[in-house]
Design a protein around this ligand. Structure first.
Ligand code: COA
Length: 317
């Protein structure tokens, strides 16, 4: 349809936070987190912003693609945890890697990377752009409530990026939004405005876990079926599925409902937790560098999150 992936890259910060360490901070246990979520460790940024991590993932993707930052015609970034809302994270990545093309962010929470990828694909179809960089970068540790055990045990920091170019390997895509903030929201606080009348919730991830869980399973299953239909294939012809890493039980349940064996799903939640928009490109990068991919493999990516939003796409390697 419109593009091919030339190179991928990922970056996670050095500091690792274990479940045992978290158990010293909130009333939780390694056993609960492992069984209910599937996370054992997550990486935490001490000093690096989402943009700084995004730039490192971008450099690695450029190296893998064999092109220079100066050759990029577009940068589209995804994040919900930037240190600043202006400049955009994409603009900061552009400066850090030495590119000079237009750069902007999209916000679709954990589905953000796939929304960004589809946006870049549309620019490539429009013409005039040879290479685009798409990344997801998150410093979620800065927006978590570290006293809330129902959220702080789930997430982690990191970044992932793709360099894409014109090609025929994008076989299907489905983006979905169902507006409403009662299930999942990250309010920003109100600064010191004297004009607000309503109470504003503090900056933190607010989530109804079980509602999100149900939405996630439904959207993964529906999204994968839809993109397979668009591409004129059956779901069992898909060689690999790269899902958003939010909860191992979500992936397991979706796999069973689809009748696709777990071995086809890329799973790394135990090492990184949920890195929101970075989760799919980090996982894809691990698959791409694993040596397991064969030319012509069909790879589905799928994600879900705040918005509520979800996305799925199918590519040919
Ligand atoms: N450690 C120990 N106990 C915990 C805990 C923790 N970190 N977090 C919650 N609990 C407790 C609850 O207080 C509750 O106790 P109670 O039975 O005494 O009231 C019990 O565990 C069960 O809580 P519940 O919320 O029903 O657990 P759950 O099985 O639904 O798991 C989530 C909670 C958040 C892990 C799960 O719902 C989930 O992963 N949802 C999807 C979230 C998601 O994908 N978010 C990202 C979207 S991009």
């Amino acid at each position: 349809m419109s593009f091919q992936i030339l190179g991928t890259g990922a970056y996670v910060p050095e500091k690792i936070l274990t479940n045992e360490e978290l158990s010293q901070m909130v009333d939780t246990s390694d056993e609960w987190i492992t069984q209910r979520v599937g996370v054992k460790t997550r990486h935490i940024s001490v000093n690096e912003s989402a943009a700084e991590m995004g730039a490192k993932a971008a450099q690695r993707a450029l190296e893998a693609a064999g092109i220079s930052a100066a050759q990029l015609g577009l940068i589209v970034g995804a994040t919900v945890s930037a240190d600043q809302c202006c400049p955009s994270t994409a603009a900061k990545v552009q400066q850090a890697i030495g590119a000079s093309c237009p750069a902007f962010d999209v916000n679709s929470a954990c589905s953000g990377f796939l929304f960004a990828l589809d946006t870049a694909a549309a620019f490539i179809v429009r013409g005039g752009i040879e290479y685009a960089l798409v990344f997801g970068a998150e410093r979620l540790s800065r927006i978590l409530d570290w006293t809330d055990r129902s959220t702080c045990v789930i997430f982690g920091d990191g970044a992932g990026a793709f360099v894409i170019a014109k090609g025929e390997n994008y076989l299907g895509s489905h983006l979905f939004t169902q507006g409403g903030e009662s299930v999942l929201a990250i309010p920003l606080g109100k600064g010191n405005s004297p004009f607000y009348e309503k109470e504003v919730a503090p900056l933190a991830v607010h989530m109804s876990g079980q509602e999100t869980f149900k939405f996630a399973v439904k959207q993964i299953v529906g999204g994968i079926r839809l993109i397979a239909e668009q591409a004129g294939i059956t779901t069992d012809q898909i060689n690999w599925i790269v899902p958003h890493q939010a909860n191992i039980r979500i992936i397991d349940l979706a796999a069973r409902r689809l009748g696709i064996p777990m071995e086809k799903f890329v799973v790394n939640i135990e090492r990184y937790g949920n890195t929101s928009s970075a989760s799919v490109p980090i996982s894809f990068d691990e698959l791409a560098r694993s040596g397991k991919l064969k030319k012509g493999d069909l790879i589905a990516m799928c994600a879900f999150g705040g918005g509520l939003s979800s996305a799925a796409c199918l590519i040919k390697w």
